[in-house]
Design a protein around this ligand. Structure first.
Ligand code: VGL
Length: 172
């Protein structure tokens, strides 16, 4: 069984007014939407992983404050709003597995393969993919469904995913 993970498609990372906008993040929305609809038709679970920080989160020593719990910036973008059947998991670090019940949920749903989409390809997608592999899941990343901070980051990540993490990349 497979599941679709949608990582950090939140206003603060996507919208122009967002606190930590990832350039080009808005352009991957239609692809993710279409993929989500495909998963829904096949009755495969869709799981959102969402940064949700405290006001004084230690991460704000590295980054400007973003995705503070309860703010509009922390909300999922309008175009990809979850429906009742979807799962939404809040996280406080780059990895969707750290301090969350993601592993338990995937086991309960009998998932062996996760498709990962969202932002940033070289940050939260990266560490979530790494932990998925460490936990024994197969990982598929459609390149049209992710966006890194820079082109250089994306070049590096394609190699890292393919050669180091044995992720299956879908191109085109
Ligand atoms: C992210 C920077 C800080 C991400 C999260 O979603 O990749 N980037 N926190």
């Amino acid at each position: 069984m497979k599941a679709l993970l949608i990582v950090d498609m939140l206003n603060d990372f996507v919208e122009n007014w967002g606190a930590l906008k990832v350039e080009g993040a808005k352009e991957i929305i239609p692809y993710i939407k279409t993929l989500k609809e495909k998963f829904e038709r096949e009755d495969s679970p869709v799981i959102y992983l969402c940064d949700s920080h405290d006001k004084n989160d230690p991460e704000f020593k590295i980054w400007p404050a973003h995705c503070v719990e309860g703010t509009r910036g922390a909300e999922i973008v309008d175009e990809l709003k979850p429906n009742k059947k979807d799962y939404v998991i809040k996280k406080k670090t780059y990895s969707g597995f750290f301090g969350t019940n993601l592993k338990e949920l995937l086991d309960e749903l009998k998932i062996d393969t996760v498709y990962i989409t969202g932002v940033a390809m070289n940050i939260c997608v990266h560490y979530t993919a790494a932990d998925a592999r460490m936990n024994g899941f197969k990982v598929v990343i459609p390149l049209r469904g992710v966006k890194g901070l820079t082109e250089e980051d994306e070049d590096y990540m394609r190699k890292q995913f393919k050669n180091i993490l044995n992720v299956k990349l879908i191109i085109g």
